[in-house]
Design a protein. Sequence first.
Lengths: 135, 135, 245, 245
Amino acid sequence: MHEWAVAEGVVDTLLELGKKERAKRIVRVKLRVGELRQIERDLFEFALRELAKGTIAEGMGVEVEVERSVMCCRVCGFKWSFDEVKEKLGEEENEAIHFLPDILPVYVKCPGCGSVDFEVSEGRGVVIWSVEMEK
Amino acid sequence: MHEWAVAEGVVDTLLELGKKERAKRIVRVKLRVGELRQIERDLFEFALRELAKGTIAEGMGVEVEVERSVMCCRVCGFKWSFDEVKEKLGEEENEAIHFLPDILPVYVKCPGCGSVDFEVSEGRGVVIWSVEMEK
Amino acid sequence: MELDPRRVAVRKMLGRVKRVVSVVSTKGGVGKSMISVTFALILSRRGYRVGLLDLDLHNPSAHVILGECGAPSEDRGILPPEVHGLKFVSIVHFSDGRPVFLRGGEISDTIVELLSVSQWGSLDFLIVDMPPGSGDELLETIKLLQGLEVLAVSTPSKLAREAVEKMVAMLEEMGVRVVGVVENMVPPGSLGERDERVLGKIRFDGRVEEAIGKVEELLSTDFAMDVERVVEAYLRASNIRRGVK
Amino acid sequence: MELDPRRVAVRKMLGRVKRVVSVVSTKGGVGKSMISVTFALILSRRGYRVGLLDLDLHNPSAHVILGECGAPSEDRGILPPEVHGLKFVSIVHFSDGRPVFLRGGEISDTIVELLSVSQWGSLDFLIVDMPPGSGDELLETIKLLQGLEVLAVSTPSKLAREAVEKMVAMLEEMGVRVVGVVENMVPPGSLGERDERVLGKIRFDGRVEEAIGKVEELLSTDFAMDVERVVEAYLRASNIRRGVK
Ligand SMILES: Nc1ncnc2c1ncn2[C@@H]1O[C@H](COP(=O)(O)OP(=O)(O)O)[C@@H](O)[C@H]1O
Ligand SMILES: Nc1ncnc2c1ncn2[C@@H]1O[C@H](COP(=O)(O)OP(=O)(O)O)[C@@H](O)[C@H]1O
Ligand SMILES: [Mg+2]
Ligand SMILES: [Mg+2]
Ligand SMILES: [Mg+2]
Ligand SMILES: [Mg+2]
Ligand code: NI
Ligand code: NI
Ligand SMILES: [Zn+2]
Ligand SMILES: [Zn+2]
């Protein structure tokens, strides 16, 4: 699962940050992961903890919050969220979106007007929301 | 001068808004005009008042504020404003930017790193900032 | 509250433009620009009032095909210059021929700016030469221009045909009016083969390259003869009788 | 505070990739995809470890030229499939061949996503097939990939040459390493003419179209022979001795 790759990016970013801030220890991190990623949370948290072993982040507290998605149509202004359309998608389509959230308009049209020209204004990214460090 | 075209867009938008809100009169409008547009303010305000004649916006108060520009480089993060680079530009270049503010990177590079990949985060648009109406 | 007065301005500026036809393709180099310019010139010679808008901001070429670009003047907006009978607007009027590097957000914004100040006046047709692909230029014009018509250009190449058909199907699903697919650069021998799916075929014509920049020469090529047939098929398909405006 | 962990991931994922060469042009249809694929195949046959990344999201065509696209597997990221000896990543792995309509912001984001999870491993070269133009794809890769090299493709057409030269000059002003301009679709007779400004010329070869999708046939064309000379000029210009990795 590519949860490991995402987790690796997070841990590396934390370690870079820790170095820059001359932290002794990274105590806790809060992450927001977009709903579109359909991430396996247990696996993701496990990967984060495993990858932190032997670093200043070893044993850190991990909080992962799933950010609900908001899509906003650029043509008609209609707003909707992924769970309203998810069921109509096949397994392979969900798998593609899991890897590449931006590909959503390839599989989904605006329920309001049928356009593929919509923005994913929330629920797409992986964001390090807060970091607690010991200096 | 194309100030008239911009003014026409503003007045038409105000009248649409007035109609939608069933206003009897448009009393006052505040506009923010991006510095990059190098607009002739007197001419612009004159055009606004002329175009408003015979409409519910006739005699409205007009306040035009010039919004200072902020450019932000996507590569190196450097920030600067138009007045730091304006003097190096020729008359025709300024004329082109006056018409099409987005064309700036054709004539100006990031003073920090030389890239043309920068964002004009402020000072580009024409924004109707507030409208006072009598209902 | 924030209101963008430019979008209202666009509607007004295009208020007396009867039809807007965008020439699109998934691929570059299939002849969008050659066809746009020739299509516009032929309509103009038939007595229609025609504008030509080059929206390929990274690679404007309509002015090269026309051989000149003219200079806009100002009067309550931008008055497009007349170039060989066409009202012509291109980024080259503002970029001075320099290379244009712009991200999508700025491309969309540029299109809104251009259309909010260009005084087209009364036009029967505004032909829009588009860049390849289905990015900001295409999405923003669909959003901005109600009733936009699309003419898609393909070639017999394996790399073009299927992709263009899929693009067209998607545009139709989105409710965009596709007036047809034109197949360009067809080997001269196979022109005769009928194909229900295409509005017209245009031969590969070795004289085209030499005629770039020379409008009279261009209009005398076999290429232009074939584009003329496409114009006729287009007018027929849209119930516009010849000569009647 | 908001931090984007993907950008750090990109750096790591490309950590063992020695050189990234983007094949660019102002124009479409000049042969970027044909040259990218052939260039990559030739390097691979010479024993280099080569990846091929198709970033023409609106019009992916490398998989059509290769005749297959393979399927990525997952292991701490995406493992690119081996296609004719190349590690291959394309949007088609995710779009299922459907049409892709994306604005610039989403294009940039897609590129960051793709590169943040693709496990290239150790590569001597990553060849990137780019869309035409100077938009998000080009600007985002310049921003993302330190040390990016650019190979620009032009043709003898009036519509290509000057524009490509201006684009290249601008890239150099921006500090991007341009390894050279390749002139494609040169009439076979004029191949001999020397031109200081070009890294190499590639003949127009009527067999190319037929060879799309058939790698061995493609590599036996005059076209491939000319691309091979470009590969050699490129390796020479960059001081890479033949066979030495
Ligand atoms: N029917 C044709 N026969 C021969 N050459 C053509 C034909 N149509 C276009 N060309 C040539 O193909 C090239 C690309 O055409 P262009 O209009 O610039 O394509 P696009 O706008 O789709 O990128 C030009 O050099 C042009 O001279
Ligand atoms: N040297 C050449 N001789 C003949 N045909 C060519 C040559 N190079 C490219 N082509 C043809 O030109 C078309 C466009 O090539 P492609 O690689 O898709 O261009 P781009 O990627 O720049 O859009 C294809 O149909 C291809 O078969
Ligand atoms: Mg979209
Ligand atoms: Mg820019
Ligand atoms: Mg073109
Ligand atoms: Mg290509
Ligand atoms: Ni996964
Ligand atoms: Ni003016
Ligand atoms: Zn909608
Ligand atoms: Zn910079």
